[in-house]
Write a protein that binds this ligand. Structure first.
Ligand code: HEM
Ligand code: HEM
Length: 167
């Protein structure tokens, strides 16, 4: 019983972090709305939360690598590929964003680059991250629906709401 309660709390905190990431990502795609100052500093904060999110699933990633040749589900490989490509896309956004930053680097005492190609690269990496995110959420849609539905039912521990495990 206690284990189920812990699982439910864990799922809820994962869901809150996911919702924050999704809303944050949308906001970061509106630099004209937020202004460049908020865009840059919130972007750095967002990345730390993203690393936290990936860190929470570190065991899943290690498991997948351990059982790499024994995994029989194509979906698990797809998850891994999407996660790795997503991490690369977000790293590319961060590095290019920092290099062209108008507030972040200057505040640290460095001068930023004025490069049109880097700005274009920043925008292209953002498009890649949008594609990754769409696939990532699609691959996790079952868990998302079950966890949200669990919040509205009296039985707060929907069967099979645990995070996906490598098969
Ligand atoms: C805006 C960005 C993101 C959102 C909204 C998001 C959302 C989610 C959701 C809803 C899940 C399933 C439930 C959960 O465990 O929380 C999940 C799982 C996971 N996410 Fe993310 N995610 C994002 C970015 C990333 C990135 C960039 C990585 C790569 C390092 C990543 C790595 C993982 C891993 C390893 C899992 C578990 C296995 C899997 O389903 O792939 N996530 N994410
Ligand atoms: C997930 C994180 C981020 C996303 C999704 C994102 C997205 C975007 C988008 C969509 C644009 C507009 C591109 C255009 O007008 O063609 C932009 C511009 C820009 N971003 Fe980011 N960004 C992120 C993080 C960062 C970070 C961390 C920094 C710097 C520390 C940064 C610095 C900039 C700068 C300097 C511009 C150019 C603004 C201008 O000259 O109009 N971004 N970003």
């Amino acid at each position: 019983m206690r284990e189920l309660k812990n699982e439910s709390h864990k799922n809820l905190s994962f869901l809150l972090l996911d919702a924050f990431l999704l809303a944050g990502f949308w906001l970061l795609n509106q630099p004209r709305l937020t202004g460049i100052l908020i865009h840059e500093w919130f972007g750095i904060l967002f990345f730390l939360f993203l690393l936290w999110h990936a860190g929470l699933h570190w065991r899943w990633v290690v498991n997948i690598f351990h059982k790499f040749f024994k995994v029989r589900s194509l979906k698990q490989y797809a998850r891994l590929v999407v996660d790795i490509l997503g991490l690369i896309a977000f790293l590319a956004i961060m590095i290019s964003g920092i290099l062209i930053s108008k507030s972040f680097l200057p505040t640290l005492g460095f001068s930023a680059m004025r490069s049109h190609s880097l700005k274009l690269f920043h925008a292209m990496a953002t498009n890649a991250a949008v594609a990754m995110l769409a696939l990532h959420l699609l691959l996790n849609v079952k868990w998302i629906i079950k966890t949200i539905a669990g919040l509205f039912t009296r039985r707060r521990h929907p069967a099979g709401s645990k995070l996906p495990q490598p098969e």
